[in-house]
Design a binder for this molecule. Structure first.
Ligand SMILES: [Zn+2]
Length: 433
């Protein structure tokens, strides 16, 4: 492969020389808030970036009717999809001699929490020592910036990949994954896929399944002077969740664990993330709804997980004192995401490990994720080996989220060398603008 002649130090230097531009780019991208429903300005920025790099830019709409019957589809949390597109940047080689590659990242960020708790505005990025702060800085705009500059560093040397490289910036990773699913459904394929999620430069070898559901509780209203006459919907929701937590404990018990999660302290986490109900301080609340997230192991079928949830509802109604007289109705929307396990011996996995060691001097650590990522679409439904390898970040989904700049640059080096080794390199026809 032509990359045998690659001047590896020159490529690493080209990445290092891009540090200031990478920081500026990450700040620019964090400034575009890209909360659910407002991804377009950030995606336009990415589209311009891809075009500047000489890539063919394609926009992939999310057509829910076309996706509904696809494996991996998750019922939507919002029905509004106009102007919310995935951006794809395509490198097509003059002649393909190497293996093709997808580099995928999600543009969407989760809500900020109370803005007043942030030291500065969540979308007002700033640098302090090695940290760049802002919502989405780590999860995962640094990853998108890293793969852009990895490819651009090859261009700096007058080289380009000798195989198709597909850069993807997708929406809705944080709630359904339907952005990545739309790209898969649109037919983008490659010999492997890497997602630079902020997992501290570990190599993701497994990810849990994640399911969201909404519990609707109907109680019956009464005056608080005789609360026993009514059925308290809010208390019943807590009764349900307490019963559900018993399942969480069972699934975390060492004897019930999936082998990939043997070393974790508490891999399976159930979260009562949002609750709404009641109407008056002196009235027993008649209705309540709760948004709940459950994690589960690779290999567990979605239908089985739903069966377990329904059984918990039944058991709570029969046995939990707070649930007496209540009615439960459960709807599944948002993540209906199966877990998966990666093949650690796949050449992509060993190549990432080798290059990580070359760049950092350390042996790579494997990581079994307790969350879901878009890797499942490639791995389970696309027959495309996929993993995550991305920078170190802290407080993702929390207050004062931040990403390590040196880690982002190391990831950029690893990705640049990976592109060269995996795809091979050829002389670039056109110089970058
Ligand atoms: Zn993420």
């Amino acid at each position: 492969m032509t990359s045998q002649n690659l001047d590896r130090n020159a490529l690493r230097n080209a990445v290092a020389n891009r540090r200031d531009r990478a920081i500026d780019d990450l700040c620019a991208l964090v400034r575009h808030d890209s909360l659910l429903g407002n991804e377009a300005p950030a995606q336009n920025w990415v589209a311009d970036r891809f075009a500047d790099m000489g890539l063919a830019v394609e926009r992939v709409k999310i057509d829910i009717n076309a996706l509904r019957d696809q494996p991996g589809f998750s019922p939507v949390v919002t029905t509004e999809y106009s102007g919310r597109e995935n951006i794809v940047g395509l490198h097509k080689p003059a002649k393909q001699t190497g293996r093709s590659l997808i580099l995928n990242g999600h543009i969407d960020v989760v809500p900020t929490g109370p803005v007043a708790q942030w030291r500065r505005g969540p979308f007002d990025p700033y640098v302090e020592r090695d940290w760049l702060y802002g919502r989405g800085a780590g999860d995962m705009k640094a990853g998108i910036i890293a793969y852009c500059h990895a490819l651009a560093a090859l261009h700096d040397l007058g080289l380009e990949p000798a195989a198709p490289v597909i850069l993807q910036s997708v929406v809705e990773e944080e709630c359904t994954g339907n952005g990545a699913l739309a790209c898969l459904h649109a037919g983008y394929k490659a010999d492997c896929a890497i997602i630079p999620e902020p997992f501290s430069q570990t190599l993701m070898t497994a990810q849990l399944g994640v399911m969201w559901f909404q519990l609707h509780v109907t109680g019956s209203p009464a005056h608080v002077l005789d609360t026993s006459a009514g059925s308290n919907a809010i208390e019943a929701a807590f009764g349900f969740f307490e019963t559900l937590k018993e399942v969480e404990e069972i699934w975390n018990h060492p004897t019930h664990r999936h082998a990939a999660y043997g070393a974790h302290v508490h891999p399976v986490n159930f979260n009562l993330g949002k609750i709404e109900g009641g109407e008056w301080a002196s009235t027993v609340p008649p209705v309540c709804s709760a948004d709940i997230r459950v994690g589960f192991y690779p290999g567990m079928e979605l239908a089985k997980v739903r069966e377990t949830i329904e059984a918990v509802a039944q058991s709570a109604l029969e046995n939990h004192p707070s649930c007496k007289g209540a009615k439960f109705d459960i709807t599944y929307r948002g993540f209906q995401a199966e877990g998966c396990v990666m093949d650690e011996t796949h050449p992509m996995m060993t190549m990432i490990g080798d290059i990580h060691q070359e760049v950092t001097g350390n042996v790579i650590k494997n990581y079994a994720s307790t969350a879901t990522t878009d890797a499942r679409f490639f791995q389970i439904y696309g027959n495309i080996p996929a993993t995550c390898y991305g920078p170190k970040a802290e407080r993702i989904h929390g207050i004062d989220e931040r990403v390590s700049i040196s880690s982002m640059m190391e990831v950029t080096e690893v990705l640049a060398l990976f592109i060269a080794d995996w795809c091979g390199t050829a002389k670039r026809d056109t110089q970058p603008a």
